[in-house]
Design a protein. Structure first.
Length: 342
């Protein structure tokens, strides 16, 4: 049988495609989140076009103001005949914006207004109240665009999933005896020295099920109870930990044996690690999954933490290494029944 598609990839990406969404307008109601979710090339394109379009728009407005006030005609005449009588007659003319000769100069003035570059060659005079109003409006629009786009760039560079890149899971999970009971185990670690505060971890089994009424649920999510001496799902992830789940009568893995494990093509176990990044205070989440052929029966993770020179050393080269250990080749149900008989 062909192995079914993953619900969650090994890198934590959800393998779900959303199609035929009729209410596309909902994305525009939350423009900021939509911009943050875009890919970097699209974000940079919008970032560039937002400034360029506003510069061109207000450059056109400044050109129209100069054209309506006659600034372009007077500046042209002064440039052509600077020493004749016409120049003397127009010397007392006060333009709305000085040194506006064409659309190019209006565009340059628009850039100077919005990004406060200003080289002193062009400036607004008291002659036109409309020019003063446009100056105020462009400054406000420029501040709004700066706040939105710079906030978007900051959020993209500090997204929580970037921190999750240094939270690692073992490539394989194992099933072996622990305290006389069959347990499902995996290893999780953090490559950074800065800790994940209030870290919690949980597991789910995702598989296709059918109800008594015949309703088929293609992706039924079933929580798996984990054992933690501290209580709850909180973990202190200062060094790699082995997370385990006791396979008991309440476990979805209760009737799985090494003989039929690889026949459960629809079995997928999802692991979700959540916590607060110590340095930024942002909540992050790391995910992975294990299919049936990624679960090793009768193996255990090798130790990777050792004490050296008064401190504990972690050897990440052995992070996913396992070793074979004696393990019953039966289901947890059969193991409990055999113990009850004895």
């Amino acid at each position: 049988r062909e192995r079914r598609a993953r619900f969650v990839g090994k890198n934590g990406a959800c393998n779900v495609a959303h199609k035929n969404i009729r209410e596309q307008g909902r994305f525009l109601q939350d423009v900021f989140t939509t911009l943050v979710d875009l890919k970097w090339p699209h974000t940079l394109l919008i970032f560039t076009m937002s400034f360029l379009c506003t510069w061109l728009l207000f450059g056109m407005v400044w050109w129209l103001i100069a054209f309506a006030h006659g600034d372009l005609d007077h500046s042209t005449r002064l440039q052509r005949d600077p020493g004749d009588g016409v120049a003397g007659a127009t010397a007392t003319f006060v333009p709305c914006v000085t040194s506006i000769h064409s659309f190019t100069s209006a565009f340059l003035f628009s850039i100077e207004v919005q990004v406060t570059i200003g080289f002193g060659g062009r400036m607004v005079t008291e002659e036109c109240p409309a020019a003063i109003l446009v100056l105020i409006v462009q400054n406000i629009v420029g501040l709004v665009i700066n706040a939105i786009m710079l906030g978007c760039i900051f959020m993209k560079t500090s997204q929580a999933h970037r921190r999750a890149e240094t939270l690692i899971f073992s490539k394989h999970a194992v099933i072996a005896l622990r305290e006389g009971k069959l347990c499902f185990m995996l290893r999780v670690g953090d490559l950074r020295k800065s800790m994940i505060i209030s870290a919690t971890i949980r597991m789910q089994v995702v598989k296709k099920t059918a109800s008594l009424e015949g309703e088929v649920v293609p992706l039924n999510q079933i929580d798996i109870q984990m054992e933690n001496p501290v209580g709850g799902n909180s973990i202190f992830l200062v060094s790699p930990l082995i997370i385990y789940h006791v396979i008991d009568k309440n476990s979805p893995l209760y009737d799985i044996s090494p003989m039929n494990l690889h026949h459960h093509e629809d079995l997928e176990i999802i692991v979700i690690l959540e916590g607060v990044v110590e340095t930024t205070g942002i909540t992050t989440q790391a995910r992975t999954s294990y299919l049936a052929d990624e679960i090793l029966w009768g193996q255990r993770f090798v130790p990777i933490v050792a004490e050296e020179d008064g401190r504990y050393s972690v050897d990440y080269s052995k992070f996913g290494n396992t070793v074979k250990v004696p393990t019953p080749s039966c289901t947890a149900r059969q193991l409990e029944e055999d113990k009850s008989i004895m």
